[in-house]
Design a protein around this ligand. Structure first.
Ligand code: FAS
Ligand code: PHB
Length: 397
């Protein structure tokens, strides 16, 4: 079947869904093509921390009702090392900005429900998506669904299909500059049906490796440990994971880690990745299709939201005023923040993870940095303003 829309979107993750919603608010039509089924997309456990700017945008655009009811506001995080915890007072240090704990899958569910209730077109299980004519004024998407071939002609295509998607590779060779750094560690993450053992997130530096205690609700904990990048999850029965978490999160006082049934576990490699520019012809890349950050700074989802905010503004200006100025500037308006977030995520990752080849020198530098961040208001303020998220319209980027 051949159809037409104004903006063809590949991917029903946070990027594609939010873009479709923001365009709909301005009566701009879009179609989302998603490779997986709805259940997979809604149940995929990923990010958990929303920056202030992300929460503000979701609430301002009618997506904040359940978030405000079920999300948990946090005003600080703890850095833990040498058996002691040090609180970074995020809100006090950032002029009152906070972070919110609300799972990425909940954001995805909220936007899918909202889009479908508004008659939005999301084609799940769309196989073999291909792009054509991205250097023309009539780009097109083809895909296969229900044993039928389909085509969607559009004015623009948004590549919101993540790191392993098809859109970035549709850009001709020689156009993109690619920056890629692979960290010598991964994260083993668990979702557990146990009350969190902390009010706020704990980032732990330990000689055995990094650990993070996060959460999803008063009943669900989310925790991570640093592992080798090629570690096999089958080497990690639940008891071993809890034992390692207890060792790495231990303090000199009587704090203990509550354990419980592990609902899900998986290993994620850690990398930094950026392509420049984030556009070619009528194709615009947003979110993980354009960049990846190590999760240590809790930025991946939030950076995707910033991209989509800028892309929606640019498309709205084109349709409302016939101006292509913001479209031309899209990459530049995103890349300043992309590299600021890359730098912050790298800072957090290099400060908190153990490096196997460390001969002691790197460990002493890391402790010096941790002590400075925990004792200097200026250093803590810098961490805080990056962690809660710089304003979407700031001078930093
Ligand atoms: P996504 O990858 O979320 O979505 C892309 C969508 O496109 C997917 O639904 C995919 O099925 C679809 N797609 C792909 N190829 C396609 C094709 N050819 N045709 C059609 N559809 C296609 N970030 C944090 O801030 N904190 C975290 O703790 C964190 N943990 C993570 C854990 C894991 C395992 C991963 C992979 C990422 C994690 N991230 C985390 C980063 C993550 O949250 C991303 O930044 C966020 O999902 C970005 O959203 P999208 O750009 O929409 O990409
Ligand atoms: C999470 O809750 O999944 C989470 C929190 C903070 C991070 C990464 C992941 O830095």
């Amino acid at each position: 079947m051949n159809t037409k829309t104004q903006v063809g979107i590949i991917g029903a993750g946070p990027s594609g869904l939010l873009l479709s919603h923001l365009l709909h608010l301005e009566n701009i039509d879009s179609v989302i093509l998603e490779a997986r089924d709805r259940q997979y997309v809604e149940e995929r456990v990923r990010a958990g921390v929303l920056e202030q700017g992300t929460v503000d945008l979701l609430c301002e655009t009618g997506l904040g009702e359940r978030l405000q009811r079920e999300g948990i506001v946090h005003h600080g995080i703890e850095l833990r090392f040498d058996g002691h915890g040090h609180r970074i007072a995020l809100s006090d240090l950032s002029g009152g900005r906070s972070i919110w704990i609300y799972g990425q899958q909940e954001v995805v569910k909220d936007i899918i429900d909202t889009r479908l209730a508004a008659g939005g077109k999301i084609h799940f299980e769309a196989d073999n998506v291909n792009l054509s004519g991205i250097d023309s004024t009539q780009p097109a998407l083809t895909y296969r669904k229900d044993n039928q071939d389909h085509a969607v002609t559009c004015d623009f295509i948004a590549g919101c299909d993540g790191f392993h998607g098809v859109s970035r590779d549709s850009i001709p060779a020689g156009v993109l500059r690619t920056y890629h750094h692979v960290y010598p560690f991964g994260w083993l993450g668990i979702l557990a049906a146990v009350e969190p053992s902390t009010e706020e997130l704990i980032y732990a530096y330990h000689e055995r490796g990094f650990a993070l205690h996060s959460l999803r609700s008063p009943e669900i904990s989310r925790l991570y440990i640093q592992v080798d990048p090629d570690e096999d999850i089958s080497n990690w029965p639940d008891d071993r994971i809890w034992e390692e978490l207890s060792l790495r999160l231990a303090t000199e006082d009587d704090w203990t880690l509550k354990t419980g049934p592990v609902l899900e576990k998986g290993i994620t490699p850690m990398r930094s990745f950026v392509v420049e520019p984030m556009q070619y012809g009528r194709l615009y890349l947003a979110g993980d299709a354009a960049h990846i950050v190590p999760a240590t700074g809790a930025k991946g989802l939030n950076l995707a939201v910033h991209d989509v905010h800028k892309l929606a503004e640019a498309l709205i200006a084109w349709y409302r005023e016939g101006s292509d100025k913001l479209l031309e500037q899209y990459s530049d308006r995103c890349l300043g923040r992309v590299w600021r977030v890359q730098d912050f995520s790298s800072f957090m990752s290099l400060m908190l993870h153990r490096f196997s080849e460390d001969d002691g020198f790197k460990g002493r530098l890391q402790r010096a940095q941790l002590k400075y961040v925990c004792s200097s208001e200026a250093a803590a303020r810098s961490l805080a303003e990056n962690y809660v998220g710089l304003p979407h319209y700031g001078k930093y980027t």
